[in-house]
Design a binder for this molecule. Structure first.
Ligand SMILES: Nc1ncnc2c1ncn2[C@@H]1O[C@H](COP(=O)(O)OP(=O)(O)OP(=O)(O)O)[C@@H](O)[C@H]1O
Ligand SMILES: [Mg+2]
Length: 261
């Protein structure tokens, strides 16, 4: 799906990403875990071609950067982030926002058919948004907006779906609802490869079989989730002793041990 080989990114004389080596195969879904400022969103911007490596090579979907058309590449990548949420047109109805994903544009400028609109409505329903059809985007709650954004991203049939902290701002029920939607999408026969970026281990669903830990712009560890989310590795990652507790639904939660201050 993509491969980073010794990729570094420098900005203002500072290395934001350092010597990243990371290979993701199409059949794998990955979680990326890191503290604020560790470089997660920057890593995603490289994948989308919004930033270029200062050194090293990056190939995405079999194309090497510098030798491929970026707009074409971006059509194969669905990206859900809070930055995108702010750009959408608030007054549009949900199905038109979902439909705009087919053209990877903000707003619909192409001539569309009833068939296109029906496909957008079906996608919204498949993503759990049946009650949102016909509603104006501006009135939706944060959790409802995330469902719209995921349905929108899926309209272009992406090969790679990137979710950058999709549960930010959601209450416990909206969060669990969105997580079960993501699980259902991952189980679809023609599901895209999913990358899920988060601060929280309890959002790493069983469908994310692999995890990368990013610390201060460097890969601290990467591999099978069950091996990576182990107390010893996580204590080193957080520079603090932690306890890992398995929840009933197969997700894990992490607690600091002892005084944090
Ligand atoms: N264009 C830029 N110029 C200079 N510094 C930048 C630029 N973009 C990001 N940074 C810095 O790089 C670091 C990593 O930022 P990034 O947004 O990738 O972190 P993150 O892991 O996504 O954090 P969060 O969890 O808060 O979203 C931060 O210290 C940020 O200030
Ligand atoms: Mg970020």
């Amino acid at each position: 799906m993509f491969e980073f080989e010794n990729v570094s990114l420098k900005r203002d004389n500072r290395l934001i990403l350092k010597d990243i080596n990371w290979k993701v195969n199409p059949s794998e879904n990955w979680a990326v875990l890191g503290l604020n400022g560790s470089g997660k969103t920057t890593l995603l911007k490289l994948l989308n071609g919004y930033l270029w490596p200062s050194t090293g090579t990056l190939s995405v979907l079999g194309r090497t950067f510098g030798k491929t058309s970026l707009p074409e590449l971006r059509k194969s990548i669905g990206w859900v982030s809070s930055a995108l949420q702010q750009q959408l047109r608030e007054y549009e109805t949900t199905e038109y926002i979902v439909l705009s994903g087919k053209f990877s544009s903000i707003g619909v400028y192409e001539i569309t058919t009833q068939e296109d609109l029906d496909a957008a409505i079906k996608m919204l329903i498949d993503c759990g948004g049946a009650s949102l059809v016909g509603k104006e985007y501006s009135i939706l709650s944060q959790g409802e907006r995330q469902i719209i954004l995921i349905a929108r991203a899926l309209m272009a049939n992406p090969e790679l779906l990137i979710l950058d902290e999709p549960c930010t701002g959601l209450d416990i029920f909206a969060k669990q609802n969105l997580l079960s939607r993501i699980s259902a999408i991952a189980a679809l026969p023609n599901a895209p490869t999913i990358l899920y970026v988060t601060h929280h281990t309890e959002e790493i669903l069983p469908c994310f079989g692999h995890t990368l830990l990013l610390k201060k712009g460097e890969v601290f560890a990467s591999g099978k989730t069950e091996d990576i989310l182990a107390p010893k590795i996580l204590s080193g990652f957080y520079n603090h002793a932690v306890k890992v507790v398995s929840l009933e639904n197969g997700q894990l939660t992490v607690f600091p041990v002892g005084n944090c201050f």
